[in-house]
Ligand binder design. Structure first.
Ligand SMILES: [Zn+2]
Length: 142
């Protein structure tokens, strides 16, 4: 019986090599995005952003991070910041057993899709359906 036939949620089945590829892709996108956001911030906003980054790992939850970034009054960078948050959240999920499992159908998301978009939470089929039912543009390439 293949994992596809179980219907319910599956455990991810990526090899260590696959996970490393995704991890590298995520780290490099996050670094690019961080630099891009910094470039777009004024000096006082940069201080705020650095303070948020400095809090970094430890016990700061995704929610705390989202709230902090929400306080950053850089509306022009809204989309970048949302992508950054999505990547940060993906980074925290990376070692969990649910990483790479589509939140809609429970199938494993193909590694190629995760490399292209490490923050992907849905397989391509479910993402298309989601975008159709949510007007498409709202979340860009995520
Ligand atoms: Zn799916």
């Amino acid at each position: 019986m293949s994992i596809w036939q179980q219907g319910k949620r599956v455990m991810r089945h990526y090899s260590k090599q696959d996970m490393q590829t995704v991890r590298d892709a995520l780290a490099s996108r996050l670094a690019d995005l961080t630099a891009h956001i910094r470039d777009g911030l004024s000096e006082s906003e940069q201080n705020q952003f650095n303070a948020i980054l400095g809090r970094g790992t430890g016990d700061s939850s995704d929610e705390a991070l989202a709230v902090s970034l929400g306080d950053l009054s850089a509306a022009r960078l809204d989309l970048d910041i949302r992508q950054w948050q999505a990547l940060k959240a993906a980074e925290q999920r990376l070692d969990g057993s649910e990483f790479g499992v589509c939140v809609e159908c429970g199938k494993a998301i193909p590694v190629a899709r995760l490399v292209a978009n490490p923050a992907a939470e849905r397989c391509i089929e479910c993402q298309s359906a989601y975008e159709r039912s949510h007007g498409g543009q709202a979340h860009g390439s995520l």
